[in-house]
Design a protein around this ligand. Structure first.
Ligand SMILES: Cc1ncc(COP(=O)(O)O)c(C=O)c1O
Length: 422
């Protein structure tokens, strides 16, 4: 039994649902399940409206478009993110402005964000990295005074709450990702949430003009979902991993691989809408969200106790997409856990997905040292429900932590940062 970091939240009945969709049962592209999924998602995010798209990056692009953010406008974002976030800003003709993260966590530091404000600032991205709620109150305060929009990046944080309100409802609007590495998975997928009437009207109008992906691509996404579910079964680890690599080499997997594109992709509609078949997967995932989150919390608590010897405070301000900490020697930890799983190493760049030529996406190397340190020293463990025996991982962690020095020296464990459930 060995564990993989992806495809961890889905179950056999969802795999069968995708097979049924592939064999022609139920609408593939447009259909009533989309509205049902959006309504259920809005409820989970605590908002009045939700609008589904084919990916999180497209959701951000669409949100910027709806807010008329374009050429010359500046958008402040954390310098510890996925490259598709600055890309979406660039595709709008706007300028990404990077702010450093907090010294004791992975979220944007509001004081650094404040230093980056200019008269051209139109939005601040409040990214809840790894599922931990950022100091969104401070960002709302900062932005509200100046008429700037705060947009939550909830790609990692579905289900995390702040003062009893779910992420996605903590600012003007939010965007989510539901790809295969996120809290819930529809293979690929994204969502916008808001309770603002005017913005919702604009989004609805834009959605009306937005195409679906081609049927062949929608089917390829479903086939990827089915095959990943099978190949990433912990019991099939070796053969599955090999087959997955081969599939990658043969170009079989349907992901959006536009990370290095500096211009808006043209090979498929960008943005595009989420398919109805994927919406059915999303509905099933939302029904199981509470169990999924409880499993993640329990796994994180096991890892945390193993590494630090202390209990993890019961904290609704964290969805625990992954358990992340900083180490001196990353390779040593990867080797230590290799017999049990593929350890996650994410984000290894200030803009994960791009490791070089960061100036091309507007980042000045050296300008955000806290984020650069995190990118150089982070490791993470999966917390998803397909890691059936997190206790085994915890045992290894405890052993390494007891060594306490040399190869296994810890630089920082996942600390409660500001924001969250204060
Ligand atoms: C912080 C963050 N925001 C946005 C995204 C974009 O999501 P998607 O891959 O669905 O476009 C990701 C993807 O990993 C992410 O990590």
């Amino acid at each position: 039994m060995r564990y993989n970091i992806f495809s961890g939240t889905n179950c056999g009945s969802e795999c069968l649902e995708a097979v049924r969709s592939l064999s022609g049962s139920g609408p593939l592209l447009d259909g009533p399940d989309i509205a049902a999924y959006e309504a259920a998602f809005a409820q989970a995010a605590g908002t009045r409206y939700a609008f589904s798209l084919a990916s999180g990056r497209m959701a951000l692009y669409r949100l910027l478009e709806a807010l008329d953010i374009g050429p010359g406008d500046e958008v402040i974002l954390p310098a510890y993110t996925c490259v598709v976030v600055p890309n979406a800003i660039l595709y709008r003709g706007a300028v990404p402005i990077y702010a450093d993260i907090e010294p004791n966590g992975f979220n944007i530091d509001p004081a650094q964000a404040e230093r980056r404000l200019t008269p051209r600032t139109k939005a601040i991205i409040a990214q809840h990295t790894y599922g931990r709620i950022c100091d969104v109150d401070a960002l709302n305060l900062l932005a509200g005074r100046r008429g700037i929009a705060v947009l939550e990046d909830c790609a990692h944080s579905l289900g995390a709450c702040h003062n009893g309100k779910p992420s996605g409802s903590l600012s003007l609007a939010a965007y989510f990702s539901t790809d295969h590495s996120k809290v819930i998975s529809t293979s690929t997928g994204g969502m916008i949430t808001t309770s603002d009437e005017g913005l919702a009207r604009r989004l609805r109008a834009l959605q009306g003009e937005t195409p679906f992906l081609k049927a062949s691509r929608a089917r390829a996404i479903l086939a990827t979902f089915v095959l990943e579910y099978v190949l990433m079964d912990p019991r099939l680890y070796r053969a599955g991993r090999l087959a997955h690599r081969l599939g990658g080499m043969l170009g079989l997997w349907a992901y959006f691989a536009d990370e290095l594109s500096l211009t808006r992709p043209t090979a498929y509609p960008y943005p595009a809408r989420l398919s109805c078949a994927q919406a059915r997967l999303g509905l099933s995932q939302l029904r199981r969200l509470e169990d999924n989150l409880a499993w993640r919390r329990r796994s994180a608590a096991l890892y945390h106790r193993a590494l630090t010897g202390s209990a993890l405070a019961d904290d609704p301000g964290h969805a625990w997409l992954r358990y992340t900490w900083l180490v001196e020697d990353r390779e040593a930890w990867v080797r230590l856990l290799r017999p049990l799983l593929d350890m996650g190493i994410w984000f290894t760049s200030v803009a994960e997905g791009r490791s070089r030529d960061l100036r091309e996406i507007g980042y000045e190397p050296g300008s955000c040292p806290v984020a650069e340190r995190a990118a150089s020293h982070c490791v993470n463990l999966p917390t998803h429900p397909r890691v059936l025996r997190p206790e085994l991982l915890a045992e290894r962690l405890a052993w390494a932590a007891a060594e306490g020095s040399g190869r296994y020296r810890l630089l920082a464990t996942q600390l409660p940062t500001t924001g969250g459930s204060r």
